[in-house]
Design a protein. Structure first.
Length: 151
């Protein structure tokens, strides 16, 4: 016997679960709605709000707009090497990309497949495992980017 709390309809009931799949899943649309409501009710996004006496208060967060992706000829990319905080490993860092996350991830995937190495694209920087500064600079110039070797 389990206590089942339905927060959407404010109902409390006791259920005896059996070994059927439906009894464990309950009502899937209801569960999906509850999970969606919980995602909208993220407490970390509301850390600045202490209390509201308005019963109809709905906290809204401002969505950050992504910068429009510049065309490759206007991008000024700097290709450098980084050895700090990487356990003695070297990585090639490409910084200066201005644009959407999807575009930087697509560029990172292109570079990784052409070089045959791993890497990532986070926070406006592309990280390629290993020292490939010259090859990356040449590839970026072939793709039409304004690339410069940094250090």
């Amino acid at each position: 016997m389990f206590l089942n709390v339905n927060r959407l309809n404010n109902q409390v009931s006791t259920n005896c679960f059996h070994s059927t799949k439906e009894s464990y899943l309950g009502n899937p649309p209801l569960i999906r709605n509850f999970v969606a409501d919980m995602a909208d009710n993220d407490w970390k996004a509301r850390l600045g709000v202490v209390y509201s006496t308005n019963p109809d208060f709905q906290y809204t967060t401002a969505k950050a707009e992504e910068a429009a992706t510049l065309e490759p000829g206007k991008q000024r990319l700097i290709v450098g090497i980084d050895r700090r905080n990487r356990g003695g490993k070297q990585v090639t860092l490409i910084s200066g990309f201005v644009g959407a996350d999807e575009d930087i991830k697509a560029l990172a995937k292109t570079l990784k497949t052409k070089l045959g190495v791993g890497g990532s694209a986070k926070e406006g920087e592309i990280t390629i495992q290993g020292d490939f500064r010259d090859k990356v600079t040449e590839l970026l110039k072939q793709l039409g980017y304004n690339a410069k070797r940094g250090n």
